[in-house]
Design a protein around this ligand. Structure first.
Ligand code: AVJ
Length: 325
């Protein structure tokens, strides 16, 4: 739908598993129970995530912003004029740094944000249109997979798919594989892929980042249950669950869980689902994997992606890698 001469937004709801709920049934009927992290992001969840990004303990956003501030102009020089596609665009705050760099070089600005939360996508699109008078936006509200399948040809000679913010960490190794294959399929030879990953670091930095003192991450985790209640006429009692986050140093991943504080039965009406919880039983809601450059390079090389350059911050907390197909 066209809502402004410089903005179109497409929504793929039917194909979006968030409304289907099959993955919820699957996750809650297996042992241990799990839920896919994309259910964090209703409009409220997206707002809570924005709050997380500002927490003193959550170094990720701040660090990646710094890397982009330092190197966006180098990235723009390396790619030349291109359409910027972003997977999981959220508030698009960091993307502004990239758009500024392309603008500085006098390149036309075309941005294609992809997000599962329509509210935040639309809101940030309007705010971008105001601040960038020549910017054209085509947004897609759907899962990454669906959006990547529906990309039209780029309005500019090349395209850069950005997947920053360390969202890759939410994917299990097998899922990463499938995801990268979809990215490569959406790219034409010569196109770019910009990937941001969180790097290995000590537990004493990682754990507080996912269990902050103000309880914002706890609220973010618990909000998933509220989201499910709304989507599927559920009756999760939010105060009967507790946020848990810890670093698994064998798998190099943060794990977030919701722990049932007592034995209880929960119903999700429209899914025809009744779930029993034992006291202390957990639902695994997220993994947030931490990577090493070499590990990523190896995997992407086999898919035909050539790494042009990578950057990091002074503490080597985060990595940003630019690939070309
Ligand atoms: C949006 C996936 C990058 O894993 O750090 C923040 C989500 N979870 N706090 C992350 C999140 C808990 C975040 N990503």
């Amino acid at each position: 739908i066209r809502v402004n001469p410089r903005l179109t937004i497409e929504t793929f709801r039917e194909k979006c598993p968030v409304t289907a709920g099959e993955d919820v049934i699957k996750g809650l009927t297996q042992t241990p129970k799990t839920l896919p992290p994309k259910y964090f992001y209703d409009d409220q969840g997206s707002l809570l995530f924005e709050k997380i990004c500002e927490l003193p303990e959550y170094y990720l956003t701040r660090t990646e912003t710094k890397i982009l501030q330092d190197y966006a102009s180098e990235i723009a020089h390396l790619t030349g004029s291109c359409e910027v596609v972003e997977l999981g665009s959220g508030s698009s705050t960091k993307t502004r740094i990239l758009l500024d760099a392309y603008q500085e070089l006098g390149h036309p600005l075309h941005y294609l944000p992809i997000d599962i939360s329509g509210g935040i996508l639309e809101q940030s699109a309007y705010s971008l249109l105001e601040d960038y008078p020549t910017l054209h936006i085509h947004g897609i509200v759907s899962t990454y997979e669906t959006a990547l399948k529906h990309l039209n040809s780029s309005p500019l000679p090349s395209r850069m798919i950005g997947f920053i913010g360390s969202t890759l960490g939410n994917l299990k190794p097998e899922e990463c594989h499938v995801f990268f294959a979809h990215v490569v399929e959406a790219l034409q030879p010569g196109d770019y892929f910009l990937l941001g990953v969180d790097l290995h670091k000590s537990k004493s930095i990682l754990e507080p980042a996912y269990d902050d003192s103000q309880g914002v991450t706890a609220a973010f985790n618990l909000n998933m249950l509220r989201h499910l209640n709304r989507l599927f006429e559920g009756n999760f009692k939010i105060d009967q669950f507790e946020h848990l986050a810890f670093y698994n140093d064998t798998k190099h991943q943060i794990e977030m869980h919701l722990k049932s504080l007592r034995s209880q039965i929960v119903e999700l009406k429209t899914l025809n689902l009744t779930i029993e919880f034992a006291e202390g039983e957990t639902i695994h809601t997220e993994i947030s994997r931490k990577f090493q450059f070499e590990q990523i390079q190896e995997e992407l090389q086999t898919l035909g992606l050539v790494s042009l350059k990578h950057w990091t911050d002074e503490n080597q907390y985060l990595g940003l890698i630019l690939y070309q197909l």
